[in-house]
Design a protein around this ligand. Structure first.
Ligand code: AMP
Ligand code: MG
Length: 423
């Protein structure tokens, strides 16, 4: 007789699910939030477009001058020597010159002013000699210079932003430049989360908290809250849930009724005090993954009612790493965003990094430029999954592929900068 073995840290690596496979399964299981809404531009910052945006206008709307100078017809440029042109008026930004510019004539023009009809070239004021009535130009003037053409930046009917684009400063500026003040976006995703553990002690809201014997401050709720707050989602903090089936069930049910996504920390191993997996099996459709990664081997994923559930491990570094690698891309996908996975860059490692082959490791690193401006990365030192301080000492994760059995100084490594991960 053999005993059916539950997932544990001692599982052989070949029985573990590769990270890429977990990403693919996760992505296939998720759908974009179904509700949409129409918002004013200022209220839509951080939201995701649920439609393509076609430009209703040309930008710029009219050909205009890029410089202060004189608007002329290219026909007035002499073949040799100089030519004296008669000034027939002035064009200001916001004040149109309505006459026509004939050969032999010029209009005094300022940056941003609409090009008068008949003019196709602006000679900058530094390249002329002028009186009130006349301006003298030479044969060095280039036809068509210093004119911004209508539609040069954006053309009417051009798809300027596509569905799935997040509206940040640049996008909001583009939409405003087109005169668009109402946009259709996906509704905000609602994310409920709680931490689990009899050993967890909440921080006092108002004073320094004295830690009771055998207890541990609940740091995961703060790091989870911080990571969720960076995403444009509604966050619902359900507090600390103690290690028993009734409280865990009540919290999961409440979360499933009020949110699209549920995230928990702790209680997903196979110990007697690990109720998250047990109650999740009772209430939902479970995929339990033993991932070929470190930190963060156990990850419970699935559905409870209409909500997607993520049961993260308890160790503080494992919580952050699994959140950044799986929950954040999942939330971005559900928000309707086009690009979701963390991006990586290459850097030269200056430390020796130890690891076992067979799993991807996310080690904490410090990324910097060396004297030649090249990217280098060093380890923050000891890498235990409980060392939350290693996350704040770091500014990146060093991603070491499953097939590697270590890194030597001088090796090129893949790095995920926090600027991209938390930004
Ligand atoms: P668990 O998977 O529930 O056994 O949690 C593993 C370890 O992570 C625990 O022994 C704690 O040391 C730590 N831990 C769990 N939850 C938290 C939390 N909310 N904040 C800080 N540390 C935690
Ligand atoms: Mg626990």
């Amino acid at each position: 007789m053999t005993i059916e073995k539950l997932p544990s840290c001692e599982d052989p690596f070949d029985s573990l699910l590769p990270v890429e496979e977990a990403r693919a399964r996760l992505s296939a299981a998720l759908s974009v939030v179904s509700q949409t809404q129409e918002l004013n531009l200022k209220d839509a910052i951080g939201r995701v477009l649920c439609v393509d945006i076609e430009s209703p206008v040309n930008v710029p709307a009219h050909a205009n001058s890029a410089m202060d100078g004189y608007a002329i017809s290219a026909a007035s440029i002499p073949d040799d020597g100089v030519s004296e042109l008669h000034i027939v008026g002035t064009a200001w930004a916001g004040k149109v010159f309505t006459g026509n510019v004939e050969a032999g004539q010029a209009v005094r023009i300022f940056t941003g002013a609409i090009m008068p009809s008949g003019a196709d070239t602006v000679v900058i004021q530094e390249h002329v000699s002028a009186t009130d009535k006349h301006v003298t130009i030479d044969n060095q003037v280039e036809p068509g210079r210093n004119v911004r053409l209508a539609g040069e930046d954006v053309q009417r009917n051009q798809i300027i932003l596509t569905k799935g684009t997040q509206l940040n400063a640049a996008e909001v500026g583009v939409l405003a430049s087109l005169g668009i003040n109402r946009v259709s976006v996906y509704s905000r995703l609602r994310v409920a989360f709680f931490t689990t553990g009899d050993e967890l002690q909440a921080l006092d809201e108002h004073a320094a908290t004295k830690l009771e014997p055998g207890m541990l401050f609940d740091s995961n709720r703060y790091s989870l809250h911080a990571m969720l707050s960076r995403l444009d989602v509604d966050v619902l903090d359900l507090g600390i849930v103690r290690d028993n089936a009734d409280d865990t069930r009540a919290a999961m049910q409440k979360a499933a009724e009020s949110a699209d996504v549920i995230v928990t920390s702790g209680g997903v191993s196979a110990g007697d005090a690990d109720f998250v997996t047990q109650v999740f099996h009772e209430l939902g459709q479970v995929s339990f993954w033993k991932l070929a990664m470190r930190p963060g081997r156990p990850l419970a994923f699935g559905q409870i009612g209409d909500a997607s559930f993520f049961g993260l491990p308890g160790n503080p570094v494992a919580v952050m790493v699994t959140f950044l690698q799986f929950v954040q891309p999942a939330i971005k996908q559900m928000m309707g965003l086009k690009s979701t996975n963390p991006y990586t860059i290459n850097a030269t490692c200056t430390s020796t990094l130890r690891k076992s082959a067979g799993r991807v490791e996310y080690q904490r690193g410090v990324l910097a430029n060396d004297e030649q401006g090249q990217l280098i990365v060093r380890s923050t030192g000891k890498q235990g999954a409980g060392r939350i301080s290693s996350m704040s000492a770091a500014n990146c994760l060093i991603v070491i592929a499953a097939d590697k059995s270590g890194v030597s100084p001088g090796d090129t490594v893949e790095v995920q900068p926090f600027m991209g991960l938390f930004g």
